[in-house]
Design a protein around this ligand. Structure first.
Ligand code: C2E
Ligand code: CA
Ligand code: CA
Length: 762
């Protein structure tokens, strides 16, 4: 008999073990699985312990094993509590609850542990069947009963309250385990009361374990699932239509019905499906996708329609479904996004990137055609912003975008490149300079300010090399704008390749300048100046760039660029210092009447404190200021006479001799003479050679010289190239000559050797 009982218990263990393995396979790592697993392990161990007692022939060992069994049952009960909380998602009743149960369990275990030696809880003996079992139970067993019943009560409360508050489809999840646990408790009560030889409650325990595992990990109510799926389908944003094997609609949700039309009837739906099956789905195709536009609720909508066939596990065709995805909002959003990414937010015309893209497409689409890339620049746009405010600046830009729009037609593309720069790509045959200037002419009065007119500078690149990137084409058009410089008109300038070369040269000068200056590549040359009595006391310092690779670079190749970029002041300061060093040397040699004449660029007055710079140099080298002649062009003076005239007077008061350089090349020469007190007037011979009427020119020259004399100025003529000029100028009263007739500019050492204080008979 005992073998039968033991086998039955071990079958129960195997059953629980099966549940453990199955549960492990299903496991997805949720907390409930952890609690289920613990409960299953401990229960399996308890049932195994109980089964082994049937086979133990010795009283003490059987009693000890019973202790193990009860302790495991106690632990399982505690785990059942943890499991129930997780399963029913209920909170503990009070905080110390588990502590109390743990304490009760420990007391029960302690009692059971001393029981084999004392027999205070229960007594073992052999009745029928030939195995040890309980023959008598004492009062302390009540601890075990109270502990187990208390936990079970809590568990039941949790199950029943959850069952009460759950929708019908969920109730079974809580009802069945609760009922089984009740049966389990009842069976244990029966067993305890009648002391059956075989503890059948453990089999019920195994059944409860299976149920717990099943409901916590496997069971999902079918009705619930069905209802959820139906609900999802019915409320899906997409329209859904199912058709059967004959192509008849068996289900369509609300959105699908809307697609088909408000006066929907079964026929119209089936007609539509038939139309799709014949027109949009290739024969025998199992899936397909297409787009469709349809008026729904009076508004045009775009749809993407998906078709798929459904098969059962035996590959038998069951029907098909259509999913109707409304892409109207998506398309709208995409087109807004695309607009934002391709258009300038202020003017609404294309932005730089999109202009490049569209111009590229245009140029590529007609490889044999000729295009112009035209860029525009607002002269002094910064001033518009600063003086009239950015709002006016913005309005101006919008106006320009409008004008460009009227210049361009559907064969052109245009956009805004940066702040005030716009670009247009236009077929050559449509490009009409006069018309474009005409369109832009209205902008000049934009600010409505009498003195402040808006001027547009336009650069044009004729696209000869279509392989160039459009951005490079725009660079070229912009390069052409640079040549317009300070013009106060609307002007169009065209790009040609020399422009590019000069741009490249310009960049080379700018990039190499500083290292060339620090590396001593700039040298001061001197061109002698000869008095009418044939003596040479000094000359003009002229810079020469001796480049290690390119050889000697004449000033006209870099002075203008350095002036534009503001680098000139560094070069001039350097040249002034070189002159002072040389004058100091001469002074120390006792040559006190000699001088060097240096150039002061117009830009120096803006970039430097010229007075401070020059006076500190002569103080530093301890030379008399009269040895340094300062050449200032009349344009530099008349550019800002209010500031220049007092400055020049200050320099003269300090002791410098000031020369008006290039006199005659400017347009306000007489004005300059009237207002300015200088020591030397330096007449530019160049202006005479340009005039056709020699006699009149010479007359003017004579008048200028006599005027200068009348104003107490010394007269120096530069650019003297012929004997005739020397004679004529001498006759008119010129005091000093400088020119190739006597000598070209030369290194200072050579000047010192050959000319300084030399005598050249005229
Ligand atoms: P500039 O100040 O008018 O200098 C006179 C220029 O005329 C020099 O040219 C000189 O070589 C040239 N010249 C002298 N005699 C004759 C002649 O008989 N016939 C002809 N055709 N030309 C003659 P360079 O040295 O090439 O300098 C050109 C310009 O570069 C100068 O004109 C000056 O404006 C500027 N420059 C030269 N050195 C400096 C400098 O250190 N600082 C600044 N700011 N400008 C300088
Ligand atoms: Ca000069
Ligand atoms: Ca000059």
């Amino acid at each position: 008999m005992k073998w039968l009982y033991a086998s039955l218990e071990f079958i129960a263990v195997l059953f629980v073990a099966g549940c453990i393995i199955f549960s492990k396979k299903k496991s997805k790592g949720a907390p409930i699985e952890k609690y289920t697993a613990r409960l299953l392990y401990v229960t399996a161990a308890a049932v195994a312990a109980r089964g082994s007692i049937f086979l133990i022939p010795e009283k003490m060992t059987a009693s000890l094993m019973y202790t193990v069994y009860v302790c495991l049952i106690d632990a399982a009960v505690l785990m059942l509590l943890d499991f129930t909380r997780e399963y029913t998602v209920t909170r503990p009743l009070f905080e110390k609850e588990k502590l109390c149960f743990t304490a009760a369990m420990l007391v029960d275990c302690a009692l059971m542990m001393i029981n084999p030696f004392t027999g205070i809880v229960m007594e073992f003996g052999i009745r029928q069947g030939g195995f040890y079992r309980i023959i008598n139970i004492d009062l302390p067993y009540i601890v075990h009963i109270v502990y187990v019943l208390a936990v079970f009560t809590l568990v039941m409360i949790a199950f029943f309250s959850k069952m009460n508050s759950s929708p019908v489809v969920y109730k079974i999840r809580y009802a069945l385990p609760a009922v089984t646990l009740c049966v389990l408790i009842a069976s244990r009560g029966l067993w305890l009361n009648f002391r059956y030889a075989f503890d059948f409650s453990l089999l019920i325990c195994a059944a409860a374990v299976f149920e717990i595992m099943f409901f916590s990990q496997i069971y999902i109510p079918g009705a619930l699932l069905e209802r959820l799926l139906f609900f999802t389908l019915a409320n899906m944003k997409d329209g859904v239509i199912f058709i059967d094997v004959d192509g008849k609609c068996i289900y369509s949700n609300k959105n699908a019905d809307q697609y088909c039309g408000d006066e929907l009837d079964a026929d119209s739906m089936n007609d539509l499906i038939r139309y799709w099956l014949t027109n949009n789905i290739p024969e025998h195709a199992l899936e397909a996708e297409w787009c469709s536009n349809r008026r729904v609720n009076g508004e045009m909508h775009s749809y993407v329609i998906d078709y798929k066939s459904i098969f059962d596990t035996n590959s038998e065709y069951l029907g098909s479904f259509f999913i109707l995805h409304d892409t109207t909002d998506e398309n709208r959003r995409l087109s807004v996004e695309k607009y934002r990414a391709t258009h300038d937010s202020l003017t609404g015309i294309f932005n730089k990137e999109y202009f490049y893209e569209t111009a590229r497409v245009m140029i590529d689409s007609a490889p044999s055609g000729t295009y112009y890339i035209m860029c525009t620049d607002v002269k002094n746009f910064k001033i518009v912003n600063d003086v009239f405010g950015t709002e006016t600046g913005d309005r101006l830009l919008m106006k320009l975008a409008n004008i460009l729009g009227s210049v361009a037609d559907e064969h052109c593309t245009f956009g805004r490149l940066t702040a005030d720069r716009f670009a247009l790509c236009i077929p050559a045959e449509l490009f009409d300079e006069e018309r474009i200037l005409n369109e832009f002419s209205e902008i000049s009065a934009f600010t409505k300010h009498v003195f402040f007119k808006i001027h547009i500078h336009i650069g044009v690149y004729r696209v000869l090399d279509t392989s160039l990137r459009v951005s490079v084409m725009c660079d070229r058009a912009n390069l052409a704008i640079k040549t317009i410089k300070d013009s106060y008109q609307n002007v169009v300038a065209y790009y040609d390749s020399t422009l590019r070369d000069s741009y490249i040269e310009e960049q080379k000068v700018i990039s190499e300048f500083e290292s060339a200056l620090n590396g001593g590549q700039f040298h001061a040359y001197i061109q002698p100046q000869i008095f009418t009595n044939g003596t040479i006391l000094g000359g003009e310092a002229l810079v020469r760039w001796i480049h290690p690779q390119d050889g000697m670079i004449p000033p006209y190749k870099f002075i203008g660029i350095l002036e534009q970029t503001g680098l000139i002041s560094q070069l001039d300061s350097y040249m002034w210092e070189q002159a002072c060093i040389r004058l100091k040397k001469w002074y120390d040699m006792g040559l006190r009447d000699n001088y060097i004449s240096v150039n002061i660029s117009q830009k120096d007055f803006y970039l430097l404190d010229v007075y401070k710079e020059i006076t500190s140099l002569v103080i530093k080298y301890g030379i008399p200021p009269k040895c340094l002649h300062l050449e200032i062009t009349e344009t530099a003076i008349m550019d800002n006479p209010g500031a220049q005239l007092p400055l020049i007077q200050k320099l003269r008061d300090f002791g410098f001799l000031v020369e008006i350089d290039d006199f005659g090349s400017g347009y306000s020469s007489l004005n300059t003479l009237k207002d300015m007190r200088a020591d030397i007037l330096k007449i530019d011979m160049g202006f005479l050679s340009k005039t056709e009427n020699k006699e009149r020119s010479e007359f003017i020259l004579r008048m200028i010289i006599s005027m200068a004399k009348g104003l107490d100025m010394e007269v120096l003529t530069e650019g003297v190239e012929t004997r005739y000029q020397v004679d004529m100028l001498t006759q008119y009263g010129c005091d000093v000559f400088q020119g190739y007739y006597f000598a070209k500019p030369m290194p200072i050492n050579e000047f010192e050797d050959k000319y300084l204080n030399a005598y050249i008979p005229l």
